[in-house]
Every structure is written in structure tokens, then in C-alpha cells.
Write a protein that binds this ligand. Sequence first.
Ligand code: KG4
Length: 345
Amino acid sequence: MSIILGIETSCDETAASIYNSKEKKLLSSVLFSQIKLHEIYGGVVPEIASRSHLEKIDIIIQNALDQAKLNLDNIDCIAITNKPGLVGSLLIGLCFAKSIAFVKNKKLIAVDHIEGHIFSSYLNQDFTIRDDIEFPHICLSASGGSTALYLVEDFGKYKIIGQTLDDAAGEAFDKVAKIIGFGYPGGAKIEKSAQTVNFQDFFKYPRLKNKKDLNLSFSGLKTAVLYDLINKNFYDLKTGPKNINTVLQNQVSSSLLVCISNIFEDKIKQAFKLYPQAKAFTFVGGVACNNYIKTKLENVCDNLNKHFVSPHCKFCGDNAAMIAFVGAYKAKKNEIDNLYLDVFK
Ligand code: KG4
């Protein structure tokens, strides 16, 4: 069971990838991003997402097979994201995976999307697999849908040691981006805008005060940004933004980015205090595309003498390579599912 087809459709990316576990090499990773379809609505519209997955999934899987120079008969098993995510989107991927498994008599393996992100740190940009991340290690997975810290003890063995009590970090970037008039998604635009003012902290938004545990919270930060703009007469709750110019956009972006980075830096120091046995730190999820935060977290790890790892941006956001990779070690452990597999199970 060494050739795994990974399929990912949990949100707004239709993705497929082929992994050869014997050679420890990804053979392909193909993705269609639906961002263009959703951006006019300011966020992901579930119905549009499902319809787009349905239109693209066969083409994306065929592309992944072509890129790997294989066909469905060469595949040993299918790894499919079955949770968490948008139910309609998950169902498209799962039904497609089940159909292939049924018709071609292939093994089916359910993969948790978050587990995919946690182990995406092993994927190298050149499609090889790294073998230098020691266990246990601490993982920060920060995306638009979730943000949590994990203690990772082995492949498939991890536990949450802290998580956001409300919004995800990516959600905070996206919501503030919307307030100041950037489109969706906002993270990358905020970073670009912050760079123009050299990542200065103009407004010193409130930092997380909680030192008791490793939990995080970002919803208050978003509200703090909003009320600061209202107080300065740049925003009206009824009519929206008022005269927000590029200078202000850059200052808000930069202050927000520095604040979120500081929150992560503090939590990671705290995490290593609580789990000194952890040898490394991995930073994954869409927010890990942010080079400013990446550099800051790498500095924290250097000072603590801990190995820092963050995958290339193409494996930080949603992708199917991480699903195929998790599917491979599940196959090795014989964690096989059947056609009764459902979403969220
Ligand atoms: O992992 P991902 O592709 O999808 C989810 O599962 O949510 O993450 C998307 C999130 C969005 O909130 C987006 O704004 C954020 O990742 N993001 C960034 C950057 N690039 C993407 N956040 C901060 N800085 C970036 N450069």
C-alpha cells in the first residue's frame, strides 16, 4: 500500500495529491483555489463552495494522476478529508473518494484536516519528506478556521495544549481586513500593507493577558481595532468605513500584525516552559505563510535552542499533499475505513 491518492475539499480549495510512501516522495500536488468565486461576498459561501468542488474535483484528480504519470489502477488507497469543514464541501470529496474506492476496489482512509496541517511540517518544497523533526514537538496550527497549539508525540499521536476560545488568528486578519476596506482573504494583504511601514506598532492594540494557560483569543482584538477606528471617527457602525486612506490602512495592518505576532511569541515561550521536553516547534496553517510572524517565532525558538520548522507556503494553506501523507502512515498502521465512512465521523 505505497501509492496514496489524497483528496481535500473541506473548505474552498479542491485539491488532490499522490504520495509514494515507499520512496517517501510526493509525486504530485494539484489545487484549485475558489478565492475568486468568494471574494465578492467577503467570505466563503458554502453553497458556491460545494458546487465548485463538484465542477472541479474530477479534473483536479486527473491532473494529479497525470502529473504523477499514473492512473487510478496504480493507486493503492485513497486518503480523504472527512472532518472538520463545510459539510457540503466535505461530502463532495467523500462521495468522489467512495465512488473510486467502490468501482476500483481501493482502500479508503479518513483523514482529519487538522491532523493534515499538523504533519504538513514534514513536506519539503521539492516534494521530499523531511526526517529531522524530533518528537515530542510543539505545533502551532493557525488558519482561517482554527488556531491551536498541540503537543505532538508521534505520527498520529498529538493532543491540544491550548486553543482559541473564539476567533481563529486568520479570522482576525480577515475581519480587520474587511473593516479597513481590503478584500477577502485579508492575511496576505495585511502583511503586504504592514511591510510598507516597516512593521511598526502604531496603535499598540491590547495583548492577550492570560498567562494561566495556553489558550488564545482574537475576537477582543478585532473589536479593539474596530472601536479605535470608531473613536477616531474613521468608522461608523451603520455605514461602515469613513475616509480610511492608505496611510491608516498601513498603520492598522502593521499594528495588528505585530500584536498577533507578540501574542504567538508569548504563548510559545509559555508552551516551552510547560513542556520543556519538546525538542522542536512547527508553525503550520495558512497564517504560517506570514514571513514576519515566521521570522519572529524562529527567533524565539533560536533563543530557546529549539528546532524551528515551517513548511513552504504552498503546504501551509489547505492542500491534499498533507492528507496523502497522513493517509500513508495510517495505511501503515492498518487504520483503514470502509464505504460506510461519513463526514464528521
Ligand atoms: O489554512 P488556510 O488556507 O485555510 C483554512 O483552513 O482556514 O488558511 C487561510 C487563512 C486565511 O484566514 C488567510 O487570511 C490566512 O490564512 N493567511 C494569512 C497569510 N496568508 C494567508 N494570514 C496572515 N498572513 C499571511 N501572509
